[in-house]
Design a protein around this ligand. Structure first.
Ligand code: ZN
Length: 399
């Protein structure tokens, strides 16, 4: 993709311009055009640029807005989620009246209102091993705005196999990270993070929270790196990771090294195609003897019926105390997941136990833990208190 005449320029380097700017575009982008390092040719490169955003959420919001405003010609968006009221604290692509719509519809409207010249390609699907290479093939830069490990490894591997840069960002509570993985010139995600963390050990933003401005800062850094890649300008974050701590307002830069033994971009790669990333991240590996979660799930309605019927169920809430103070199920005992193992002995395996948390993930991990400890009469409240609030008790606050 690189040419001698314009080192670093992506995809468009050296080619004669096929998309000259209109007079309206010259006015719209005038503040770019008068920067000598950008100029008309730079703006044409942005117009010819194709950027794929994985996720139209917290990071995807500032990314989509700034890239569209800057005149990136084609934005691809991959997402399968619906706008929820709890998204609006940070996902500035979406507004109050978009709650309940798909994030892609909402994102398309917002982008088009800002800049109708941008071509928006939407992919309403989960990114999978079956579709990733096809979806990404046509794009110059891939931007990872996801919050789960299987998709991060999948995005990385697909980018390495296709020879594309992966602009990476991640956020949690008050801290964020940003870098550019490009295996042709530096390390890939696997060089730096060879092993996924044990399932459940790193909480997502839905479980652990995130300050609303943080994705704005990290997503905007990602947008800037993307623009630099398209323009072939400056030094990108290839081989360097920026770490941002909002509480101390400090940016740190860490050097990243390419691992010669990396299984996908090293000297002797063992991964030559996409794999099963859920399995790789340990999400399909229940403890021995644990024969599937389906019959251990109890749906909110079913639990309500059993409680109304007077069944003797021990309700255990594995959320943290600050969440318990937001809402709780009557009669549920608080035993936070973070210290659960120390208190298991307080439970009786002869009881019928129903575990619950915010959305059914931590409680499912707790269930596996109890299963390993020999408990067999345990159930997980499917979808957690969030599902309970939606399906059984609309007066319960959701968060
Ligand atoms: Zn690597």
């Amino acid at each position: 993709m690189y040419t001698d005449s314009e080192p670093g320029a992506l995809g468009v380097g050296g080619r004669r311009c096929e998309m000259p700017l209109t007079n309206e575009e010259i006015l719209r982008y005038s503040r770019h055009l008068i920067i000598p390092e950008v100029g008309v040719r730079g703006q044409e490169k942005l117009k010819e640029g194709k950027v794929l955003l994985i996720g139209a959420g917290g990071l995807g919001s500032p990314l989509a807005l700034y890239l569209a405003a800057a005149g990136v010609g084609t934005l691809g968006l991959v997402d399968f989620d619906v706008v929820d009221l709890s998204n609006l604290q940070r996902q500035i692509l979406h507004g109050f009246w978009d709650v309940g719509r798909t994030k892609l519809e909402s994102a398309r409207d917002t982008i088009t209102a800002l800049n109708p010249d941008v071509t928006v390609q939407t992919y309403e699907t989960r990114l999978t091993s079956a579709n990733a290479l096809t979806i990404m093939a046509d794009y110059d830069v891939i931007v990872d705005g996801t919050d789960n490990f299987p998709t991060r490894y999948l995005t990385n591997d697909a980018c390495v196999l296709l020879g594309k840069p992966n602009v990476y960002g991640s956020i949690f509570r008050f801290e964020g990270q940003c870098t550019v993985f490009d295996a042709r010139r530096g390390p890939c995600y696997r060089c730096v993070f060879p092993h996924p963390p044990p399932p459940g050990s790193v909480p997502s933003c839905a479980e652990g929270g995130v300050l609303g401005v943080l994705p704005g800062i990290i997503g905007t850094l990602q947008a800037m790196e993307t623009i630099k890649l398209l323009l072939g300008l400056g030094e990108t974050l290839v081989g360097r990771l920026v770490f941002y701590d909002a509480l101390s307002t400090e940016f740190q830069r860490l050097e990243l090294r390419k691992d010669p033994a990396c299984p996908i971009c090293g000297e002797h790669p063992t991964i030559t195609g996409l794999i099963d990333y859920e399995e790789f991240c340990g999400l399909h590996t229940p403890p021995p003897g644990f024969d599937g979660i389906e019959h251990c799930q109890i749906r909110p309605r079913e639990l309500k019926n059993r409680l109304d019927h007077g069944d003797r169920l021990v309700l255990i809430d594995v959320r943290e105390p600050h969440e318990y103070s937001i809402c709780r199920l009557e009669g549920a005992r608080l035993m936070p997941f973070s210290t659960f193992a120390e208190h298991v002995h307080q439970l009786n395996s002869a009881d019928e136990i129903v575990l619950l948390c915010k959305n059914g993930l931590r409680s499912l991990q707790t269930l596996q833990l109890l299963w390993e400890a020999g408990f067999r009469k345990v159930f997980n409240l499917a979808g957690g208190l969030d599902a309970w609030a939606k399906q059984v008790d609309p007066t319960m606050p959701r968060y």
